[in-house]
Design a binder for this molecule. Sequence first.
Ligand code: SAM
Length: 256
Amino acid sequence: MPGKSLDTINKTEREYWDENKLERSSIKRLRRHAFHFSYKRQEKILNKIIRKTFEGKELLELGSHEWLSWVKGRVKPKKITCINISQVELDKGIKNVKELPFEIEFHLMDANELIFEDESFDVVYGGAILHHLDIEKTMNHVYRVLKPGGFILFLEPMNINPIYKIYRKMNPKERTPDEHALVGTDFKIIKKKFTFSHEFFDFMSVFFGFISLKIFGDKKYGNIINRFGFALDVVISKIPFLYVLFARVIIYGQKR
Ligand SMILES: C[S@@+](CC[C@H](N)C(=O)[O-])C[C@H]1O[C@@H](n2cnc3c(N)ncnc32)[C@H](O)[C@@H]1O
């Protein structure tokens, strides 16, 4: 993010989220339709990782309000600490606290400058958050606050495929001004300090989903076209150099 200070970026981020300035409804229908099967695959993969790494552990959620959906029906952690730079976003998570079988706390905090003690957490995770941050700065902090052998788990958008790049350029109101869906150099930064595993989602499913939506209409997800796009993606996502085509990634790994 050359040119802008982190303070300026954070101020804008806070404003956008506190004031709910994004306009994200235009492709909601297509996303729901085209990503129907990949959301299921995503849940299956997350389920496996979360069950293995979150149970009885001290967790830190960056960019929080989704904590409940990460753990609900899956695991009982020891404690979840949630941070966000926006109080409005944090409040969305606070309102879900009822009686819980584990501890939970919330802090208004910049994820680029975590103020927790060294080696405080077993897992640091988050959904759609790294791409709002200075990845290098944040990953240094994540490394510092994780206990030896601690885990990371993130679900992030990617911005390598030229088609997605063009789409993003044409629809700036769906994004905050300084966010930057991940590119290869971000992966390299993460790999310096963490083991790095990944699962990629949504390339052909977007195109086949679009056609399927036009032909079959909304909520008719299970048709052959939608299924074919998804099946193609699962195959292509396993071919190492083709990962650049995909729109989203689950990143998980361990502190080196
Ligand atoms: C795309 S939203 C994701 C929210 C939620 N994690 C989810 O999965 O729906 C990005 C979140 O990052 C938060 N955020 C942006 N910059 C941040 C920063 N420097 N520190 C902490 N949170 C930040 C925003 O307030 C917003 O809640």
